[in-house]
Design a protein around this ligand. Structure first.
Ligand code: 5RP
Length: 233
């Protein structure tokens, strides 16, 4: 039997997958919650509940899963829009602004999620915060040769930067683009939109994990009386 957090992730992933309609181009998110959405989209395709779906993966992980669940894939040069994207998040504030990048995939995620006509975020209630930066460090993808100056610029901005190290590899995490990730602790992020632009302006930064004004709908999984419940805002 799965633990309550896994059950929430599955249910919220399923709820998002149920919103995908036939004949649509779907942005496929990264992380453990988005993975369930990919699985359930694949299930619905296999059962014939939906037809003519193509996916745009946000990471190597999403690409592998889409292939496993037989979702045909396209690249951005082959399409002119994305109908719906489904992706996870690490923190979500009441304005639907987010921190993403727990899986170091935020650069491609931002490209795909921002292009979608409807971007649905799938989280459990532990991800909801009043202010961004309360619980999660802000991921910043940086090209390797710019690591030191970007670390210094982030410290000058008031952050505490640390290079993300790999769990099952010696040395740092390397992104799907071959770059590094700096995780930055900020005491408070008062203006996420300003901070997103400021950090992206540091030479050598590819993208940071602040997603401001991108999400359309947040699906939240919660366990109530031992049972998963989905709410939305
Ligand atoms: C990856 C992400 C993920 O969507 C985010 O980390 C949430 O993952 P999970 O659903 O496993 O908690 O931004 O870069």
């Amino acid at each position: 039997m799965s633990d309550p957090v896994t059950t929430m992730k599955q249910e919220v992933g399923r709820a998002a997958a149920n919103r995908v309609q036939s004949d649509s181009i779907v942005g496929l998110g990264s992380g453990s919650t988005a993975a369930y959405a990919i699985e359930y989209i694949g299930d619905r395709l296999a059962k014939g509940e939906i037809k003519n779906i193509v996916g745009v993966p946000t990471s190597f992980q999403a690409e592998v899963l889409a292939k496993e669940f037989k979702i045909p894939l396209v690249t951005l040069d082959a399409i002119d829009h994305i109908d719906i994207a489904i992706d996870g998040a690490d923190e979500v504030d009441p304005q639907k602004n987010m921190i993403k990048g727990g899986g170091a995939a935020h650069t491609r995620e931002k490209v795909v999620d921002s292009l979608a006509n409807e971007f649905i975020v799938v989280v459990d209630d532990g991800k909801l915060v009043d202010k961004l930066g309360s619980t999660f460090l802000l991921p910043v993808e940086v090209i390797p040769m710019a690591l030191a100056p970007v670390m210094r610029s982030l410290a000058k901005l008031g952050g505490k930067p640390e290079l993300r190290m790999a769990a099952k590899k010696a040395g740092p995490v390397v992104t799907d683009q071959g770059n590094l990730v700096i995780d930055v602790k900020f005491d408070h992020i008062t203006n996420p939109g300003e901070m997103e632009k400021t950090i992206n302006n540091f030479p050598g930064v590819l993208e940071n994990g602040l997603f401001v004004g991108v999400a359309d709908l947040v699906l939240v999984g919660k366990i109530v009386d031992g049972k998963p419940e989905i709410s939305q805002f």
